[in-house]
Design a binder for this molecule. Structure first.
Ligand SMILES: [Fe+2]
Length: 172
């Protein structure tokens, strides 16, 4: 493939180095800063919703096989919120303060097992979004953190599914 030569029009000032760098990144298939920020905010809203669902469901799950699972999911979701906020700050991008609509939808489901199945589908959505975005993330630190988030989600999804597949009443 022929080398690509980019040249700024002579009657315009040169792009700042960071913008030129970003244009090259986008050309190479990496997400732009704006795409990354929008993605991190979308995940932040989803994780905030997940945190709320897990916390409020854990109280209802006392004495059931779901109690430990929801406790751990709550801690994980809160950890990812902090991670996403850290990267938004590093990008200099404003962080969303919204809670995703997922929380309200999930909490409207009265049956605990059905709610956890719904929560797990939400976790699956997050994992899918992460798998799609990871190849487009150039920054090593962000890539490492998003990969850890994906792996933790995969572990929790499998754990929740195993608990859902278990006996419906294994309380002592
Ligand atoms: Fe999550």
């Amino acid at each position: 493939m022929a080398p690509i030569v980019t040249k700024a029009p002579e009657n315009q000032p040169s792009s700042p180095a960071c913008l030129a760098h970003e244009a090259a990144d986008t050309y190479m298939g990496f997400a732009s800063r704006e795409e990354i920020a929008a993605f991190l905010n979308e995940l932040l809203e989803a994780e905030r919703a997940g945190t709320g669902v897990a916390l409020r469901s854990a109280q209802a799950a006392q004495g059931t096989p779901f109690a430990d699972l929801l406790h751990d999911v709550h801690l994980d979701e809160a950890r990812w919120c902090a991670m996403l906020l850290k990267h938004l700050k590093a990008l200099g991008a404003p962080a969303s303060v919204r809670v995703g609509p997922f929380q309200e939808k999930a909490l409207a489901i009265a049956d605990l097992r059905e709610r956890i199945a719904f929560l797990n589908r939400g976790q699956g959505w997050v994992a899918r979004k992460l798998r799609e975005m990871l190849p487009k993330v150039r920054d090593d630190g962000l890539h490492t953190d998003l990969r850890a988030m994906l792996q933790a989600h995969e572990v929790n999804i499998a754990r929740a599914q195993a608990t859902l597949d278990g006996p419906s009443d294994s309380s002592p």
